[in-house]
Design a protein around this ligand. Structure first.
Ligand code: SF4
Length: 880
């Protein structure tokens, strides 16, 4: 069998992979050397894709109120309930909340059904949370949502400015491309602008650790400095832009001098001068921006502030230059193309423009077009909470975890009249609130296309059979459309038919005023669709893609010129107070994705960062009475989370960082969304997820422990994290509640079905230690280790390894409750290299004993860092 060419389903880099089944039936996922996004590379998540194919918790059948039903019952019930609610309350009472995980074909059909046939704008997407501000900034500047650059510009740049982007962990393959570019071009400079020093900072010549939220001041300062110091490209500005004078004048009001910028941003003057001088003196500059810019109450302005600098210097439309938004999700861009946001129409048309609405209505033969923008994500869930929206269909996403003010989102869904959730997994925090649950196909089963951050459209064909009765989202939507009476306008039998319609719309009455045009593909046959090579839109008449936009200095505004935006820099909405003296920043870790639904089932990916944590400066930790490795309670006055403490001087004083991945399925109280206020950018509607104000204090646990169990069990205590390990699940837990009888707790937990017949235990009252293990025959089924808070618990690795045995060897059984083998082996420590399972202790030891002095020498000695390369920044950090 030929390998299937597809793309990784995780992030917006959109790496190509090949998938092949070996003779034993096992799937091998390898990097696609020919895909232009990754050119043969993969990060740790992509490398582990085969491990997450066989998901243990698939949603397999449609259900209504927990009862299995037929697809016909499910779809006709949805249709009739929608029709009833629309008849009673109007079309605006129905909404879809979709996902950047959907394929473009799914997105297209969802958008068409909502905006043209239900007749409301109420379809929004979780992409709102990652890049809606970049969309709005591009639209304001260029007249259309257009990413000017290509990944190859990272290699031809002479200066890369990374702002609000921890690419080393969030876009690892692009980071690797930048690392390689710097290696082969020592003249390439990298500036990293981020309040937090991250793994990405290791690549930077200068790390500008600015005060949180001051990015627009910095870029306004740069704009004013460039204008004053002779770096204006006058020919480009006069021929291809408008609004320069107003933008520069406004910039000067907030950033009148380099000194003033340095003071407002909390930066050393020399560092700001170096950044400005490098930007001014380097022709080929790429400014990469991501969630650190976008997730802000002034994210659109921040985006325009940095775009302004490229317009002033004419650094756009040529190799190695341009403002480049890295998107978070694998198909956020595809969603943008088909109008998956509430304030867009399909094919980059404008929902507020009556002519555009008429064009799309005519093309779709739609009976009731939306008359304007719908509710953006945060507003949408608030409207569900107030009862204005009475029915919501959530597709492939988990808003109860990922949206700000998440407890209010949970409460809103809990009282909503009709909640429909389609997903490929059976357990998410959002699915728990669904009245109707619909099984969707997952990666490898679905058929369609995705678009990555540099406009490359790639195919994702199926290579696995459907599980249970799962269907692709467009099929489910089409069935509901038919049940609502729209069969003629939703005639789809296959994904390529939808793609052709999407392509045709992009060219429909497009006289060159709309950049997004893939009309050359409107007649693709099924075979041609299957063979579609990765291609960057727009296409010319011959079907050739476009590497770089604006090469002719023409833009897609009414004037044909790019628009400078006069940016009045604004600081974040929330302000520290004595009661809430810390700024809370949220983000991602290297080996996890979204709310852990996929990466959380991989032992390899779960090993790198096993537990949710807060990163805090050691002096702040000391002042707050927090211990490294202890548990912190972070609260905002109404909600709280419990996470492990990780002290680091990479964190500014007064600032905290907490990853956003942990849901209720994997932790008892680590969903950081509950602490984020529902404050959004007024234009993009994107939440300010990087800036909440909170207090932090020690969590006073009285006892602690861990359990390793072949069975997955429910959360144990108020602090509990669930971690997938080889052949079992590991639970780390602690409690502040008194516990008088640990043995009774253990038996209640683990021995309900057999009364503890195969049971061994050990209690040391003096040392306040309890240990127990349960066997099924000769096989270790679970082991539990508890101590008083602050007590010593054994290392986990050896114990986890015992679950590999079908029959536990006698020597290991004898040592089991001691928590270590009779002859102690090496504790490898925290996993650094996920590909070769190399731990921090092993690496430190090799560095010390063997005099290793480079990441290459570590690779030669231990293999670490020689496969996907995602751990290279951490190896470099361990070298000191
Ligand atoms: S960078 Fe990693 S997660 Fe992102 S698409 Fe590539 S392999 Fe997947």
């Amino acid at each position: 069998m030929n390998p299937t060419r597809t793309t990784c389903p995780y992030c917006g880099v959109g790496c190509g992979v090949t998938v092949e089944q070996d003779a034993a039936g096992a799937f091998k996922v390898r990097p696609d050397k020919e895909h232009p996004a990754n050119l043969g590379r993969l990060c740790s998540k992509g490398t582990a894709l085969a491990e997450t194919l066989d998901h243990p918790q698939r949603l397999l059948y449609p259900e209504i109120h927990g009862q299995r039903v037929s697809w016909e019952t499910a779809t006709t019930t949805i249709a009739s309930r929608f029709q009833q609610i629309i008849a009673e309350h109007g079309a605006e009472a129905v909404a879809f909340y979709v996902s950047g995980q959907l394929l473009t074909e799914d997105y297209y059909v969802a958008n068409k059904l909502m905006k043209g046939f239900i007749g409301a704008g109420n379809i929004d997407t979780n992409s709102r949370l990652c890049m809606a501000s970049a969309v709005a900034a591009y639209k304001r500047a260029f007249g259309e949502d257009l990413v000017p650059c290509s990944y190859e510009d990272l290699e031809s740049a002479q200066l890369i400015v990374l702002v609000g982007s921890n690419a080393a962990w969030c876009h690892p393959v692009l980071y690797q491309r930048m690392v390689k570019a710097k290696k082969y071009n020592p003249a390439l400079n990298v500036i990293n602008i981020d309040p937090r020093r991250t793994q990405t900072s290791d690549l930077a010549d200068v790390h500008l650790g600015l005060a949180p939220g001051t990015d627009a001041i910095l870029f306004n300062g740069l704009l004013a400095w460039l204008a004053e110091n002779g770096h204006t490209d006058h020919a480009f500005v006069s021929q291809s832009t408008t609004g320069m004078e107003q933008a520069v004048a406004m910039a000067k009001t907030t950033a009148p001098s380099v000194q003033a910028v340095a003071e407002q941003c909390g930066l050393p003057l020399a560092d700001v001068e170096r950044f400005f001088t490098l930007f001014g003196s380097t022709a080929q500059v790429v400014t990469v921006f991501s969630q650190g810019i976008n997730q802000s109450s002034s994210g659109v302005d921040k985006g325009n502030a940095l775009i302004n600098c490229h317009l002033l210097t004419g650094r756009i439309g040529k190799p190695g230059m341009g403002p480049f938004s890295f998107t978070g999700q694998p198909n956020a861009m595809g969603g943008r193309e088909v109008g998956g946001l509430a304030n867009q129409l399909a094919a980059h048309l404008d929902i507020e423009n009556p002519e555009h609405r008429a064009l799309v209505q005519d093309f779709w033969q739609a009976p009731v077009m939306a008359t304007g923008s719908g509710l953006k994500a945060v507003d949408l869930f608030q409207a569900i909470g107030t009862g204005k929206v009475k029915a919501v269909w959530v597709m492939g996403t988990n808003p109860v975890v990922s949206l700000p003010d998440s407890e209010r989102v949970r409460a809103a869904l809990a009282q909503c009249e009709l909640v429909i959730v389609s997903d490929c997994v059976s357990h998410t925090d959002t699915l728990e609130l669904a009245h109707i649950r619909l099984p969707a196909l997952g990666w490898g089963e679905r058929d369609g296309t995705v678009t990555n951050s540099d406009r490359t459209i790639s195919r994702q064909p199926p290579f696995l059979p459907a599980q249970g009765e799962a269907k692709q989202d467009w099929e489910i939507l089409t069935a509901v459309a038919h049940a609502m009476g729209f069969a003629a306008q939703f005639p789809y039998q296959a994904a390529h038919e939808i793609f052709r319609e999407h392509a045709t719309l992009s060219a429909y009455r497009n006289t060159g005023t709309r950049c997004f045009n893939i009309g050359a593909w409107q007649d693709l046959s099924a075979a041609e669709y299957d063979a579609l090579p990765p291609t960057q839109w727009p296409l010319d008449a011959a079907g050739q893609g476009t590497v770089r936009l604006f090469t002719d200095g023409k833009f897609f505004t009414a004037s044909g010129k790019a628009q400078f935006i006069a940016v009045q820099a604004r600081l974040p909405h929330a302000v520290r107070t004595p009661a809430f003296p810390f700024v809370l920043n949220t983000g991602r870790v290297r080996d996890h994705w979204h709310t852990l639904t996929r990466t959380g089932i991989s032992p390899r990916l779960s090993a790198h960062v096993a537990e949710p944590y807060v990163e805090i400066h050691p002096c702040d930790a000391r002042d707050q009475g927090l211990q490294n490795g202890g548990i912190a309670r972070i609260h905002n006055g109404t909600q709280h989370i419990l996470v492990k403490v990780k002290t680091s001087r990479d964190q500014q004083r007064g600032s905290l960082f907490v990853p956003m991945h942990w849901s209720g399925q994997f932790s008892s109280a680590a969903g950081v969304g509950c602490l984020i206020p529902a404050v959004v950018d007024p234009i993009s509607g994107q939440p300010e997820s990087k800036h909440a104000v909170v207090a932090i204090e020690p969590y006073q646990a009285t006892w602690q422990g861990f359990l390793i169990s072949r069975r997955k069990i429910a959360s144990l205590t108020e602090y509990c994290t669930t971690i997938k390990v080889e052949n079992a699940w590991r639970y780390e837990f602690a409690s502040a509640s008194p516990m008088t009888d640990w043995a009774a707790f253990a038996r209640e937990l683990l021995c309900q079905d057999d009364g503890g017949v195969n049971w061994t235990e050990y209690l040391d009252t003096a040392r306040q230690t309890y240990r127990a293990a349960r066997f099924t025959g000769e096989q270790l089924e679970s082991c539990l280790f508890i101590s008083a808070a602050g007590g010593v618990l054994p290392a986990r690795d050896w114990l986890v390894g015992l679950f590999a045995h079908d029959a536990l060897p006698a020597a290991d059984r004898a040592s089991l409750l001691a928590g270590k083998p009779a002859v102690a082996g090496e504790d490898k420590g925290r996993t650094v290299c996920a590909c070769f399972n190399v731990g921090e202790n092993t690496i430190r030891k090799a560095i010390a004993e063997q005099g290793l002095d480079s990441v290459e020498s570590i690779g030669r000695c231990l293999n670490a860092g020689t496969n996907c390369g995602s751990c290279l920044p951490e190896l470099q950090a361990l070298l000191g």
